[in-house]
Design a protein around this ligand. Structure first.
Ligand code: GLN
Ligand code: ZN
Length: 754
């Protein structure tokens, strides 16, 4: 039995690649130095895989920004506007990733999108009718050779043509299938060159196979590979899938002359039954994704062995991960603050390599390696923590009524109108104000113990007072306190919840040089004390206008954490919802009349297959949000916020969250969503962002007026709010103040005109 992984966290043990790349961006190191950094990291990572006994070692999973972009660039999928800048290949690569403004011209970056159901983001390849798909790069070959120099024969990996062309956006008349012929020629050339270099296996990633595919697409996939695989010669091809099962193409996959097929047994709910039902060809290798590449919990060896027993009819099994290890942190070795009794339960990327190796040993010789198995089993046999009976009881006791807020939305709107007495087109912001150096320093000093809690709080209060005064001065209607005490919208709440754990160095790449450090849900979640009440209450004393309380919703908290595996996501989310509900009720009891519950990441775990959307996710995620606010008074106005506007396809579910008001990103998406809102007669009041906060650009009064008028063309005025796209924490003070002034003025002018 052999072991394999799909990919490894390229960012490095201590985010070395991030820091080197950012230095390169700041021109502190040269392109050669950056390349040298990359080379060193690759060497280190390959060596690590060798040392841990991994048999199939990938190459090409390394990237300076994103592997989808690497594949696009390798195949000349680079729009003319980037080529025309006439920059070096490396510079062009980073311009595609980040945009460019300078002597050579002015171009935006490619669009960035969520990579399937992960928090990783890929650069979306752009294709037009002039795109000439052909092999132009050689990185895949040079890197293969590089490893060979160290005596390591790697398995190069690349994104497959079917997925690549499916994920691309098309600006002309041509579509994916118009590029299949060219793709076959290009991939065949890669086959030839790799074979010449002494490569044995080549991994082609086709994660699009886990999506819902139409019969036409299935045929296209089949025809594409029937042709392509005639060119593989002596090279062995692994078709690698992940993030789900391949129920639409299983038969095609096993019938095509692939030499290996990589299937996900962790997220692929139907993988095992597909195999059992349709069999697996004797001559092929099954790369069985059994170690979870997305979560941080140790593998339960006994469960895995039981699974492998059910695969006995498969002649050649390679033990592998369910997806690339890119989605988990690098190593546990640097987590010194957490006790061993806790870290014992975790496996990050490096530790997952050891798990594969353990499993291989156990399968090969159960007797000689029974200690490995028994140590692992002992862990799962014992109680990991003592359960919070009260939380379990509360979740159990929930009834339908707990998820329904009364009276109904329209009736509440009337009551709230009277109580709050807001003008038409009320203005507000999404919550955070610029996190200046001083704001961050204040938090850092407090964390290090350099200032007392009183000093820390006094500074925040001063900032809140400034922030409130500014909002009053420019005439906003619903104010916020500014969130100066918060580092991150999930971490801040997690820190005040029982059941949460935090790591020191457990970073995961989110996109390019950006990494996130998700907290871990370790046990039953509950709220031990009020979290936001003191600051919100204080802020309300500074103004007669309504001060909006600011919370993060349960679904977002769950989606941006590493979840438990011993209870369902649904149950974890309900625990979170009950904890946040307590906070909502406390805010209300302390005189806060408007409470915003952010669900920035609601879409994050939406299943990849539409058929699963409701049964697997929305049927509990939306009620969990309703649970948070179902017990407030009719007079209390509940807001929610989402950081995107891609919810046309789940629009009814968004309305069913039963918030009184929702704000969302809209300025960049040309307000497309408004048609969808109109089409279903969306009930919730809406604040489509009237300007883009992701750029320092200050929108003029006229421009915002224009945007408001566009909105009013589609939506009834009594339902519309005026606000920016998202929180302002990443912005500077000058542009924030200028933009908000213009926003308030624009709203006033439009009001005056109607
Ligand atoms: N209230 C948060 C803020 O303004 C919302 C952040 C977000 O949507 N990502 O920062
Ligand atoms: Zn947002």
């Amino acid at each position: 039995m052999k072991t394999s992984i799909i990919g490894f966290p390229r960012v490095g043990e201590l985010r070395e690649l991030k820091f080197a790349t950012e230095k390169y961006f700041r021109k502190e190191i040269t392109a050669e130095e950056l390349e040298a950094n990359g080379k060193e990291l690759r060497k280190k990572h390959w060596q690590l895989l060798v040392d841990q006994g991994i048999d199939f070692i990938p190459s090409g999973d390394f990237s300076f920004f994103d592997t989808t972009l690497d594949t696009a660039v390798l195949l000349n999928i680079v729009p003319a506007k980037y080529q025309e800048l006439k920059l070096s290949p490396l510079e062009t690569y980073f311009v595609l990733a980040r945009g460019y403004q300078g002597e050579a011209g002015d171009v935006k970056a490619l669009a960035m999108k969520k990579w399937f159901n992960t928090n990783y983001h890929y650069m979306v390849p752009e294709i037009d009718d002039h795109t000439e798909l052909r092999l132009v790069g050689d990185k895949i070959f040079t890197i293969f050779n590089e490893a060979k120099e160290y005596g390591i024969t790697t398995r190069p990996t690349i994104l497959g043509p079917f997925t690549l062309l499916k994920l691309a956006t098309y600006h002309g008349k041509k579509r994916a299938e118009d590029f299949y012929e060219a793709a076959i020629i290009a991939y065949a050339q890669i086959f030839d060159r790799l074979a010449d270099l002494g490569c044995e296996w080549f991994q082609i990633d086709e994660p699009a196979l886990v999506l819902d595919l139409s019969p036409v697409e299935v045929q296209q996939f089949k025809a594409l590979y029937q042709k392509l695989l005639t060119k593989k010669g002596s090279l062995k091809i692994l078709a690698q899938t992940y993030f789900g099962d391949v129920r639409d193409t299983y038969q095609e996959l096993v019938d095509l002359p692939f030499d290996g097929i990589g299937l996900d047994f962790v997220e692929g709910r139907k993988t095992l039954s597909l195999l059992e039902e349709y069999g697996f060809p004797k001559e092929k290798l099954l790369f069985a994704g059994i170690v979870n590449g997305k979560n941080i919990w140790k593998n339960n060896y006994q469960d895995t062995l039981t699974l492998l027993e059910r695969l006995q009819s498969v002649r050649h099994i390679v033990l592998s991960t369910s997806c690339s290890l890119l989605h988990v942190p690098f190593t546990l070795a640097n987590e010194t603050a957490l006790p061993k009794e806790v870290t014992n339960y975790f496996a990050f990327a490096v530790e997952k390599l050891a798990e594969l190796n353990d499993l291989k040993k156990i399968v090969e010789d159960k007797n000689r390696n029974k200690d490995l198995l028994s140590t692992n089993s002992a862990l799962f046999d014992q109680e990991r923590f003592s359960r919070n009976e009260q939380v379990a009881k509360k979740v159990k006791a929930l009834t339908k009524a707990d998820f329904i807020r009364l009276p109904a939305l329209t009736e509440r709107a009337v009551i709230q109108k009277e109580k709050l007495n807001l003008p038409i087109l009320p203005t507000t912001t999404i919550g955070s104000f610029p996190q200046t150096k001083e704001v961050k320093q204040n938090r850092a000093k407090f964390k290090k113990g350099e200032i007392s809690e009183d000093e820390y709080t006094a500074f925040n209060k001063e900032k809140i007072a400034e922030c409130v005064a500014f909002q009053e001065e420019i005439g906003l209607d619903v104010l916020v306190h500014g969130e100066f005490e918060r580092n991150d919208m999930v971490e801040y709440f997690g820190e005040s919840l029982e059941g949460y754990l935090f790591t020191e160095k457990a970073w995961v790449q989110s996109y390019g040089t950006r990494c996130v450090k998700p907290p871990i849900i370790w046990g039953d979640v509950s709220r031990s004390k009020p979290i936001t009440v003191a600051y919100s209450k204080y802020a309300q004393t500074l103004t007669d206008k309504p001060m909006k309380g600011m919370l993060t919703g349960p679904v977002t908290i769950l989606n941006w954490s590493f979840p438990r595996e011993d209870i369902s996501l649904r149950e974890s989310t309900l625990q979170l919802a009950l904890a946040i509900q307590e906070e909502v009720l406390d805010l209300e009891a302390n005189g806060i009349e408007i409470i915003q519950i952010d669900e920035a990441a609601l879409r994050e775990k939406l299943p990849l297959r539409q058929t699963d959307w409701h049964s697997e996710y929305l049927d509990w995620a939306i009620p969990a949000f309703r649970l948070v606010h179902s017990r407030v008074q009719p007079t209390t106005q509940i807001h929610t916020h989402m950081c995107y506007s891609e919810f046309a396809d789940i629009i009814q579910d968004i309305d069913n969250m039963d918030a009184d008001v929702i704000s969302f990103e809209a300025s960049r998406s040309n307000l497309n969503i408004l048609d969808a809102l109109k089409a279903i007669d969306f009930q919730t009041q809406v604040g489509p962002g009237v300007y883009d906060i992701h750029s320092p650009r200050v929108p003029s009064v006229e421009e915002i007026e224009g945007t408001i008028h566009n909105i009013l063309n589609k939506l009834p005025i009594e339902k519309v709010w005026v606000n920016p796209d998202c929180g302002l924490k990443t912005r500077g003070v000058p542009e924030t103040e200028a933009s908000l002034k213009n926003l308030a003025l624009a709203a006033k002018k439009v009001r005056g005109g109607v």
